[in-house]
Design a protein around this ligand. Structure first.
Ligand SMILES: Cc1cc2nc3c(=O)[nH]c(=O)nc-3n(C[C@H](O)[C@H](O)[C@H](O)COP(=O)(O)OP(=O)(O)OC[C@H]3O[C@@H](n4cnc5c(N)ncnc54)[C@H](O)[C@@H]3O)c2cc1C
Length: 347
C-alpha cells in the first residue's frame, strides 16, 4: 500500500528534528527516516548554546537574531514534549593573561555585548575545585539544550503517530515521478536531506563544499557538580544529571571515523589534570563528526535543478544555536517561496 506525505525528511539529528517540528506545528504531513542515530553528531553534542566564541570573545555570527528564535522554539518544544529541554547555563571563561583580561573587559564595556555578558563574574562552586586563573569572565547569555534526551523524546512522539521509520535510507531507492518523489512505498511532494556528515555520500548535493571535522568528549563524574560551565583549556560542562560532566572536544580533519581514539582521550585527560584540583572519574568516551562547511556557514535550500529536493545541513559546531532560526527560514521557502538568507543559500 502506498503512503502519501507532503514531506520526507532524511535524518533525525537536530536539523531534521527542528524542521519536522516546524512542519508539525503548521499541520503538515511528514515522514522521517533515521537509522537510529548511527552516525549522529547531535547525540554526542554537549548542547551548549554559546553567544560568545573564539580567542577574541566575539559574538556568534547572527547571535542577535538566533537568540530570540532559539529561545522561542525550545520553549515551544518544551511545552510540546512536557519536558524542560533547555536551561540557562552561564559559561565561566578563565582569563590567563593581562592581554586576555583587557580584551574581555573591552567586550564587557561594549553595549552590543550587554545582553550576553555579566559585568562581575561569579564562578560559584567550581572556584574551589579548579586551579586558579588570573581572572574570570562570565557569559551569562549561554544556555544548554538537553539534546541527548530531546531527540529520543521527539522520535517517540512521531513514532507513535506513524511518522517515523527507523531504517537506513539508500539514495538509489529514491525515484523522481514528475514533480513528486517515490521512496519504497512512500510518495512525497518534497524530500529534505538532513543526514549530517553522511551528506558526503549524497549524490544530489555533491557540488556543496563540506568540510567535516571530528570531535571527542569524555563524560566524567565530579563529586560536587559545577553549577556553571567552564571554558579553560577545554570545556567542562555539567549535564544537570547528578555528578556527570561533558568534557571536550578537539578537532580532527584527518580521522573521520565515528570511533573514539586513545590519543583524544589522553589529550582531554591531560587538560582535565591541568584544570581540576579534585578527582574525577571517566565513565564514557564519545566521538562524532560535525557537519562543517568550507565557508563556515550552513547550507539550507533547494537543489539547483531537480524539483522539490532540499537540504538542511552544515550546522558545523553550532547546531543547537543555528538550527531553530534557519529551520524556520527553510520552511518559509518550501511553503511560501520566501527566499533564504543569502548567507546560507546554496553555492
Ligand atoms: C563532540 C561534539 C561536540 C559538539 N558540541 C556541540 C555543542 O555543545 N553545541 C552545539 O550547538 N553543537 C555541538 N556540536 C555540533 C552539533 O553536534 C552539530 O552542529 C549538529 O548536531 C548537526 O546536526 P545534524 O542534524 O545536521 O546532523 P546529525 O546530528 O549527524 O544527524 C544526522 C542524522 O541522520 C542519520 N543518518 C545519516 N545517514 C543516514 C541514512 N543514510 N539513513 C538514515 N539515517 C541517516 C544519522 O544517524 C543522524 O541521526 C558538537 C559536535 C561534536 C561532534
Amino acid at each position: 500500500m502506498k503512503t502519501y506525505t507532503e514531506y520526507l525528511i532524511i535524518g533525525q539529528g537536530i536539523a531534521g528534528s527542528l524542521l519536522a517540528f516546524e512542519l508539525d506545528m503548521l499541520g503538515k504531513s511528514f515522514v522521517i527516516i533515521d537509522n537510529g542515530y548511527r552516525t549522529s553528531s547531535s547525540i554526542v553534542a554537549a548542547g551548549t548554546i554559546n553567544p560568545i566564541t573564539g580567542r577574541n570573545y566575539v559574538k556568534t555570527w547572527r547571535a542577535d537574531e538566533l537568540w530570540p528564535a532559539l529561545t522561542e522554539t525550545y520553549r515551544n518544544i518544551s511545552a510540546w514534549t512536557e519536558r524542560e529541554v533547555i536551561r540557562n547555563l552561564p559559561i565561566i571563561r578563565s582569563l590567563h593573561s593581562i592581554k586576555e583580561e583587557n580584551a574581555w573587559l573591552g567586550r564587557v564595556n561594549d553595549p552590543a555585548y550587554s545582553a550576553y555578558l555579566k559585568e562581575h563574574s561569579d564562578p560559584g562552586n567550581m572556584l574551589a575545585q579548579i586551579e586558579k586563573a588570573l581572572a574570570y569572565g562570565e557569559i551569562s547569555g549561554a544556555k544548554q539544550l538537553k539534546i541527548k534526551d530531546l531527540l529520543p523524546l521527539m522520535k517517540a512522539k512521531w513514532r507513535a503517530e506513524h511518522r517515523f521509520i527507523e531504517d537506513n535510507f539508500t539514495y538509489e531507492g529514491l525515484e523522481q515521478t514528475g514533480n513528486q518523489w517515490k521512496y519504497e512505498d512512500i510518495i512525497t511532494e518534497k524530500v529534505i536531506f538532513c543526514e549530517g556528515h553522511k551528506v558526503m555520500e549524497n549524490p544530489f548535493f555533491k557540488h556543496l563544499s563540506f568540510d567535516p571535522v571530528k570531535g571527542e568528549a569524555l563524560i566524567v563524574e565530579i563529586e560536587d557538580p559545577f553549577d556553571k560551565s567552564l571554558r579553560d583549556k577545554t570545556f567542562i560542562t555539567p549535564l544537570g544529571d547528578g555528578k556527570l560532566h561533558w568534557c571536550g572536544a578537539g578537532y580532527s580533519w584527518q580521522d573521520l571515523t565515528d570511533e573514539p581514539t586513545e590519543n583524544a582521550r589522553k589529550e582531554i585527560e591531560a587538560q582535565l589534570d591541568a584544570i581540576l584540583r579534585v578527582p574525577y572519574k571517566v565513565v564514557d568516551h564519545i566521538a562524532g563528526i560535525r557537519p562543517a562547511t568550507k565557508y563556515r556557514r550552513p547550507f539550507a535550500g533547494a537543489h539547483p535543478t531537480l524539483p522539490n529536493l532540499f537540504i538542511f545541513n552544515g550546522l558545523g559546531t553550532k547546531g543547537s544555536s543555528l538550527g531553530p532560526f534557519f529551520a524556520r527560514q527553510l520552511v518559509q521557502l518550501m511553503e511560501n517561496q520566501i527566499p533564504m538568507d543569502v548567507e546560507v543559500a546554496l553555492r
